[in-house]
Design a protein around this ligand. Structure first.
Ligand code: AHM
Length: 337
């Protein structure tokens, strides 16, 4: 057998990281291993989606008033169960569930972390074979260990995250996660069923040439946003333009591209939906954490995403995220209008 010694799996990597912290308990590594396991299970089903009868509307409507696909439910259950059976998570909140789930058993009550996730973001793209993803944020619980976790543990500012990450189920499947120490990306090698380190120490380029926004809403955006979009279109060769517009409609894929290549992703408020569409807890905060650690920025147009005080589990916020210089230019337009 040809053994490639350069390969470092997700588990090996997180264990190596532990060596930098002599007092670490390994709970975060174990949590990341659990999330990786759930991701592999979901990946198998996503890849089979066109073949089996799991594809299509499940018929029910989630707490956001959106149609739920079967794969959403499958993914939700996989992440929830794997975390419940692990030793590091006291409870979860999910886009698919109205309320938090408190695991409340002997082991879980001793666990250090709670996890918030969107099990399958961009699920409208399942039917047409376009990238979708999972997003997660990990918080140290505020409630006392030994007791069940509670809602306060989940209503922490994004800045309190200890780790955040996403999985993109695309042309290949990748898991990217950040701690305060850095952002690292792992590509799933299907031949061995392991996430292998493929993108060490990701840095978001300070500028890119792609802007990503739903153009159909242009006339419903505030003036400053319109001005920035127009500026992207008007750039010429002297300032790296004109920028290219790309919008997959899967935030995970759109922001992932910006993180790797440089770029900006926007989901602004509109005249009819001033808070936009994206959820603070399990869409915006994890990405804001990852992109900031990588050197980029994320705001709601007025305030850093990570500093927004959450009031409810499923609250929505406008989202602007990406390369630092592009975010600075956007803010210039927002302030002037
Ligand atoms: P979802 O929770 O229904 O999957 O919606 C979230 C997705 C994001 O991934 C994406 O950026 C956005 O919705 C696209 O919305 P729109 O079609 O309004 O542009």
């Amino acid at each position: 057998m040809n053994f490639n010694r350069k390969i470092l799996t997700l588990d090996e990597f997180t264990i190596q990281q532990l060596r930098n912290f002599p007092h670490a308990t390994g709970e975060l590594s174990s949590l990341l291993r659990d999330l990786g396991l759930a991701a592999k299970r979901v990946n198998v089903e996503v890849n089979k989606a066109g073949l089996v009868d799991i594809l299509g509307d499940h018929g029910s409507v989630n707490v956001q008033g959106e149609e739920v696909k079967k794969l959403d439910i499958f993914a939700n259950n996989q992440f929830m169960k794997v975390l419940q059976h692990g030793v590091s998570c006291a409870g979860i909140a999910s886009e698919e569930l109205d309320d938090i789930v408190v695991f409340n058993d002997e082991i879980s009550n001793q666990s250090k972390y709670v996890v918030m996730f969107d099990p399958l973001d961009g699920s409208g793209n399942i039917d047409v074979n376009i990238s979708i993803g999972t997003i997660f944020g990990v918080y140290r619980r505020l409630s006392e260990r030994g007791t069940p976790c509670n809602e306060k543990d989940f209503l922490q500012k994004g800045i309190q995250q200890v780790a955040a990450g996403y999985i993109v189920y695309g042309s290949s499947t990748m898991l990217v996660y950040a701690t305060r120490r850095g952002v690292n990306g792992f590509t799933l090698d299907p031949s061995i069923g392991e996430f292998c380190l493929s993108h060490p120490d990701i840095k978001c380029p300070p500028v890119g040439n792609i802007y990503s926004v739903n153009h159909g809403n242009f006339f419903r955006y505030e003036k400053g946003v319109q001005e920035y979009i127009t500026a992207c279109q008007k750039k010429d060769k002297t300032n790296g333009g004109p920028y290219t517009q790309r919008y997959i409609g899967s935030m995970v894929a759109d922001v992932h591209r910006g993180l790797i290549k440089g770029g900006i992703f926007m989901y602004p408020g509109t005249t009819d939906k001033p808070n936009g569409k994206l959820r603070l807890a399990y869409e915006c905060n994890p990405f804001a954490f990852i992109v900031e650690v990588a050197g980029g920025r994320a705001t709601n147009g007025k305030q850093r995403i990570l500093e927004i005080e959450p009031t409810t589990l499923h609250q929505r916020v406008p989202m602007f995220i990406g390369s630092k210089d592009m975010m600075d230019e956007l803010e210039g337009c927002l302030i002037n209008n």
